[in-house]
Design a protein around this ligand. Structure first.
Ligand SMILES: [Zn+2]
Length: 555
């Protein structure tokens, strides 16, 4: 551990986009942050076709690459990540001119004549997203819980009627059966108890049902949707898994970026409900560009640990709320539109560096490439990474590179995604960083917000896999690092230390409680301790902390 916290971040380089907005990807010596907000704007530089990739290390030719001409006009690119000699064939105007370039790998699908015609008659407005409310109407919801959900739905419907009249709003309910109500304009499809174990049956009915029961914007359907909300009655058990599947099937027929909000107060106890099922549902939602959020009530247990897979795979939120806070949470979910779907991030390091504290299965190319799957992203999706110099014995194996002479190291983020128009793109962002040996100098400029967000993401990542003791140690170590020499800190850094402490406070306490509890109950080898919803939800959200939440909770 002591080795890991020696170096500090420094002020990240920023790149201005044509829009004048600051590009928010950040790099510093020890912690690296990639913000998906960059996908909000098209890169200033757009290239068609595939990027040029190093044959040895998968680094992509970029604005900093040098191309030499050898012998008979042969172009050679010595890869700045690994020193491999690549013969290339590139026109001068094809070489990237800025550090953020978008490559369009596959153009948006051509619209059929029928689609064009439909767009003309509807003014192209039928392309808005679908929002499906997936509501638990089991017996335990009767009374104030269901009333609060109904009131919140009415408010959201009114809001979307006024501000997003073309959004399609649908309802799926689950209890002893699953009911695909859609927007209330067509007959309700009932999946009864006998079919709740049949994945294909449920999905097929939801997908087919979408064309009749969820095909029009809220501006045309409001009265029927409101009526369906008013008619909800609570009774029976909780077929949460099948209900979620039906809601995703319905939303998946809407435009990419559609959303499902599951609202429940109990664990699934009917029909499909095991870890493999939730992975399968998550994969389906990912493929359709649907984000799944879950809202549960404080004081209830819904086995969030198991169902969180679907949220994790689609980058959705999980909240445990009081009746009073329900409305504001629904609003938050819908406030941030999805920017891209099927997002896969690759981060590329120089061959002398390696990632640390990452899962082995996400690493490749001698630990210099980290791959991460996001499903859908919005502007708040920020991810932090840590890296370090490789050990000396590894560095000695790397021939042709004299590390004592290196002045700068390249970093590259390669973001593969499907844009909302259906085109497949990769955004390549390359930064270079000066190598500084003066640690005090670095600390002066360290961005404590990035260090703090990273510390919370890293610590809760460990807690989510049951390593509560280690998670606490990581949180403590970062706190120590940031406050080792408070006299040297700037006001801004001091403020961020306070932010860090207020952000991690509750999470740290929960880790501690859980760790004490786990140590008192001897576990079978390899068996994971039962984790309460309070802990699952908190660790899930902490692992996804971003700049927007960081600042919110500090106010
Ligand atoms: Zn290379």
């Amino acid at each position: 551990m002591q080795q890991q916290y020696q170096a500090y971040g420094q002020q990240p380089p920023q790149v201005s986009l044509a829009t004048g907005e600051k590009f928010r990807q950040k790099v510093d010596t020890n912690v690296f942050q990639v913000s998906m907000a960059c996908l909000k704007d098209q890169a200033t530089e757009i290239a068609t076709g595939d990027p040029i990739t190093c044959s040895a290390c998968s680094g992509i030719l970029n604005v900093y690459s040098e191309i030499k001409v050898e012998g008979d006009a042969q172009q050679v690119w010595i890869c700045e990540f690994c020193n491999t000699r690549n013969v290339v064939n590139i026109e001068p105007e094809e070489k990237p001119k800025t550090d953020a370039v978008s490559y369009i790998l596959e153009a948006a699908p051509v619209k059929s004549e029928a689609e064009k015609k439909e767009e003309k008659t509807t003014g192209g407005v039928n392309k808005d997203i679908s929002i499906v409310f997936c509501v638990d109407v089991s017996g335990s919801m009767a009374g104030s819980r269901l009333q609060a959900v109904q009131q919140t739905m009415r408010n959201q419907i009114k809001d979307m009627y006024e501000n997003h009249p073309d959004r399609k709003i649908g309802i799926v309910t689950f209890t002893d059966d699953v009911r695909i109500i859609g927007d209330g304009t067509a007959a309700v499809t009932i999946i009864d108890a006998g079919k709740l174990h049949d994945y294909d049956f449920i999905l097929k009915h939801a997908v087919v049902g979408a064309s009749t029961s969820l095909s029009r914007g809220i501006k045309d359907t409001r009265a029927k949707v409101d009526q369906a909300v008013n008619n909800l009655r609570a009774t029976g058990s909780t077929a949460l898994g099948p209900g979620m599947l039906a809601a995703i099937g319905l939303a998946g027929e809407g435009s990419p970026g559609s959303q499902v909000i599951v609202c429940t107060d109990g664990a699934s106890n009917m029909g499909l409900n095991d870890p493999a099922f939730y992975s399968r549902v998550g994969e389906y939602a990912q493929g359709k560009g649907v984000t799944v959020h879950i809202v549960t009530f404080q004081g209830t247990e819904c086995n969030i640990d198991m169902i969180s897979t679907v949220c994790q795979m689609t980058n959705g939120e999980i909240e445990r709320v009081s009746l009073h806070d329900l409305a504001s949470n629904f609003k938050d979910f819908l406030a941030k539109p999805v920017l891209a779907t099927l997002v896969k991030l690759k981060v590329k390091l120089h061959s002398g560096l390696e990632f640390r504290n990452e899962m082995v299965q996400n690493l490749s190319m001698q630990n210099t490439i980290l791959s991460k799957d996001f499903g859908n992203v919005n502007e708040d999706t920020d991810v932090c990474f840590e890296y370090q110099m490789k050990p000396l014995r590894e560095l000695l194996k790397i021939k042709d590179i004299d590390f004592s002479k290196l002045q700068q190291l390249p970093f590259q983020a390669q973001i593969h995604y499907t844009a909302l128009d259906g085109s497949k793109q990769v955004r390549v962002i390359t930064n270079r960083l000066d190598i500084s040996t003066d640690k005090e100098d670095l600390k002066k400029d360290a961005d404590f917000q990035i260090l703090g967000i990273n510390a919370i993401q890293q610590s809760s990542k460990l807690a989510r896999v049951g390593e509560f003791k280690q998670a606490q140690a990581v949180a403590k170590a970062w706190d120590k690092v940031m406050t080792r020499d408070t006299a040297q800190l700037s006001c801004n850094q001091m403020a961020e230390v306070q932010n860090f402490r207020s952000n991690i406070g509750q999470t740290y306490n929960l880790m501690h409680q859980q760790q004490v509890m786990t140590s008192q109950q001897p576990q079978q080898y390899g068996q994971r301790a039962q984790v309460s919803d309070a802990v699952s939800q908190n660790m899930y959200q902490a692992a996804r902390i971003n700049k927007s939440k960081w600042t919110k909770s500090s106010k």
